[in-house]
Write a protein that binds this ligand. Structure first.
Ligand SMILES: [Zn+2]
Length: 475
């Protein structure tokens, strides 16, 4: 029995997929020569003035709409002041007081139930540069290099309410959020390149209590796995502190992936006062009338809508529909096969099995070639356990499924007379076993089936074999 409720909130930074930076025309392409994508504005040189990127605002609004937020006609930029070598201006332009989007939510399936996590706010801000240390961290390095290519790339920060109840749910929420952002095309959400980053706060409170416990912030959660592991570790650590009757320290902790534990960060960062004030170089942001509606009309079908359409129109199970929603390339194939008249569950059966493994390795087959395979299964030309072999050949040759089977001589043996004769031989060769079977040793049945299949090199139609064999054995 757990003694505590776990309370988790997330802050997610998402790099927007614009061609240029938030306040200048510099390229946002990843992986360029260090410091080759900067200008006086993103380097914060004296006298350089920012100019807002309209596409970044559009993408932020699009994310806000997809997350059911209120989009504010008027918002404002503020300066967050602090010194760090990756921040050339010594302040970050963000939206502290009047964010662009507030009060939204994301719905998703968590286990069998529908969960809803509130989105407190989404605001626009600029990315910092990147430090490359000669050692493992800034403290034990002889020197650090700084690359400002990243400085000024547009970000949205998405902040959830403390609505999440477990480390597993946090992970699923983040996966669903990422999927949604991919669907609307505002970010490539590559965690490994830092275009999706997540911080979490977590606290425990006595079961059922309304009073929130002391919260700890977790940083450096660079993968879904790290998020879940760090929260799980922290949940246990805080539980043990409370069990002892001690108090949890309010602090920031970092996740040490290698050691599998959270460690306190130097507390100075917490004590910072950022001295926010309105950004004097930018006017307040006022959206032109009708723009939000225009953006709304460009939002495609979202994951949850697609999930229920797949269940409803194609009769897919929740599990199957989820697979196709999570892997839209597979979903598209399923839709094309359905459009050709194939039942959703037949298509799912084919696409989610051996095909998925092969396609991930070699790329997709055309829906026509897949339909050809479904057809010969339907015709009974091959049995379903031969599907994998035919698939393998489909990836390696230009022949159709039917041509492959005929050329290889893989067609199923469905000739009743021929099978009847074979069964007769098998039974005559095993007279003693047949008698034992008839005397009640029914587990021998599998042996007879095996003998027939072996005699036909596995090509006999299993249904016909069963029918004939049962008749012969008199059961
Ligand atoms: Zn620039």
């Amino acid at each position: 029995m757990p003694k505590y409720d776990t309370v988790i909130g997330l802050e997610i930074h998402v790099a927007l997929l614009t061609k240029s930076k938030l306040f200048c025309g510099c390229s946002t392409t990843f992986g360029g020569e260090p410091n080759s994508q900067c200008c006086p504005i993103c380097l914060g040189l004296p006298g350089a003035l920012p100019r807002l990127n309209e596409r970044a605002v559009e993408y932020a609004i699009k994310a806000g709409l997809a997350l059911n937020c209120t989009i504010h006609e008027i918002s404002r930029f503020d300066r967050k002041n602090y010194y760090y070598p990756d921040l050339p201006k010594a302040y970050q332009i963000t939206q502290e007081f009047y964010p662009l989007c507030t009060d939204g939510y994301l719905e998703y399936f968590y286990g069998d139930s529908l969960a809803r996590t509130k989105i407190t706010r989404i605001h626009l801000e600029e990315e910092a540069g990147k430090l490359i240390h000669s050692g493992a961290s800034i403290i034990d390095s002889d020197y650090s290099l700084v690359d400002y290519n990243r400085a000024g790339i547009p970000l949205i920060e998405i902040v959830t309410a403390p609505d999440i109840r477990s480390p597993q749910q946090a992970r699923i929420f983040l996966e669903q959020l990422r999927l949604l952002l991919n669907y609307i095309g505002v970010s490539d959400t590559k965690m490994e390149e830092g275009s999706l980053r997540c911080d979490a706060n977590i606290s425990l409170k006595p079961l059922g209590s309304t009073q929130l416990g002391t919260r700890v912030e977790l940083k450096n959660l660079n993968s879904f796995r790290a998020l879940e592991r760090a929260l799980t570790y922290e949940e246990r650590r805080q539980g043990e502190i409370l069990d002892r009757g001690d108090k949890v320290n309010q602090e920031s902790r970092t996740w040490d992936e290698r050691r599998g534990r959270t460690l306190p960060m130097r507390s100075k960062a917490d004590a910072l006062d950022y001295r926010f004030f309105p950004e004097p170089d930018l006017p307040r942001l006022k959206l032109r009338p009708g723009w939000v509606e225009e953006i709304k009309s460009t939002i495609p079908e979202l994951p949850m809508e697609r999930l229920s359409r797949y269940e409803r129109e194609y009769g897919l199970s929740r599990y199957e529909a989820t697979f196709f929603v999570n892997y839209p390339d597979f979903g598209q194939l399923c839709e094309k096969l359905a459009a050709m008249g194939w039942e959703g569950s037949r298509a799912a059966n084919l696409l989610m099995g051996e095909y998925a493994r092969l396609a991930r390795e070699k790329g997709h087959l055309t829906p026509e070639r897949l339909a050809g395979l479904l057809e010969i299964i339907e015709d009974g030309l091959i049995s379903s356990n031969q599907t994998a072999d035919v698939l393998e050949e489909l990836f390696n040759s230009n022949l159709s499924a039917r041509e492959i089977v005929l050329e290889k001589g893989w067609q199923v043996l469905a000739d009743t007379d021929e099978l009847q004769a074979l069964i007769g031989e098998v039974l005559q060769g095993n007279v003693e076993l047949v008698e034992r079977y008839r005397a009640g040793e029914t587990k021998l049945y599998g042996f007879f089936v095996g003998q027939v299949m072996r005699a036909t090199e596995g090509k006999a139609d299993p249904k016909i074999v069963n029918d004939l064999l049962r008749k012969e054995l008199g059961t």
